[in-house]
Ligand binder design. Structure first.
Ligand SMILES: Nc1nc2c(ncn2[C@@H]2O[C@H](COP(=O)(O)OP(=O)(O)OP(=O)(O)O)[C@@H](O)[C@H]2O)c(=O)[nH]1
Ligand SMILES: C=C(OP(=O)(O)O)C(=O)O
Length: 218
């Protein structure tokens, strides 16, 4: 049987996030909405995955925290300056203090085409191992899974796939195309759209294309 995973989804403060996507959605307020939409679609898909038994957002952004809490998603407040790996270490500590046998994972928040079935396939393929899913380029990491009761030991950042491999995580081999399609650059958003965007991001993109259309949920 596949052990359930408690997934942390870290989200950078909206005004600082996704600098490489700046210009896709302007003005500033629209850029923040795009980042929130990417994260919302990621979280919605993760919640729908059978093997993600808990999904917890980690952010220091008060607006994002209020949005997710308003939808019934647990949010851990992290330090505004600590950075991604520190946010994940903090979330990992909280979850394992609550349940020392927890199997904790980290899922990037920029996967707007994520399909719950791909997340379930990844968690099943990992079995009980420490494992990771690399991004489409093979250099980054979109999902890291710790062993049950073990520290997450996140090493996200440039070349994180190599860091996680060197740290003893097994690389997942299934196609997992929607789990590998993270959005860092404008072209990534087009590639994600080709797979099928979640409702929040597709509404945002439609509005950008025809601003007079009705505003949807973000
Ligand atoms: N909680 C938290 N999440 C972070 C932090 N830095 C990055 N993240 C999240 O980690 C994931 C990967 O980050 P990146 O893809 O590098 O995103 P980014 O830093 O917003 O993008 P760029 O500015 O374009 O480099 C995304 O889900 C971010 O929201 C941080 O300091 N705290
Ligand atoms: C931080 C990472 O994400 P990105 O490559 O999307 O910046 C990573 O892959 O470790």
């Amino acid at each position: 049987m596949t052990p359930g995973v408690q997934l942390l989804v870290p989200i950078k403060p909206l005004h600082l996030a996704k600098t490489r996507l700046r210009g896709v959605s302007e003005p500033e307020e629209r850029h923040s909405e795009l980042v929130a939409a990417l994260a919302s679609d990621t979280v919605v898909a993760a919640i729908s995955a059978t093997h993600a038994v808990e999904v917890v957002v980690v952010t220091s952004d008060a607006e994002l925290a209020a949005r997710f809490r308003g939808r019934g998603v647990e949010v851990l407040d992290d330090s505004p300056v600590a950075g991604l790996n520190a946010a994940l270490r903090y979330g990992d500590q909280v979850l394992r203090r609550r349940n020392p046998e927890a199997r904790v994972g980290a899922l990037q928040a920029d996967l707007p085409a994520l399909r719950p079935a791909d997340l379930d396939t990844a968690i099943s393929e990992a079995g009980t191992d420490r494992a990771f899913c690399s991004d489409g380029q093979g250099t980054g990491t979109t999902l890291l899974l710790a062993r049950r009761g073990s520290a997450l030991r996140p090493e996200f950042g440039p070349e994180s796939a190599r860091a996680h491999r060197n740290g003893g995580a097994r690389e997942l081999r299934a196609p997992l195309e929607s789990l590998r399609r993270d959005v860092d650059l404008p072209a990534d958003l087009e590639a994600a759209a080709a797979l099928g965007l979640g409702a929040h991001t597709s509404t945002h993109v439609r509005e950008a294309e025809s601003p007079e259309s009705v505003r949807g949920p973000v």
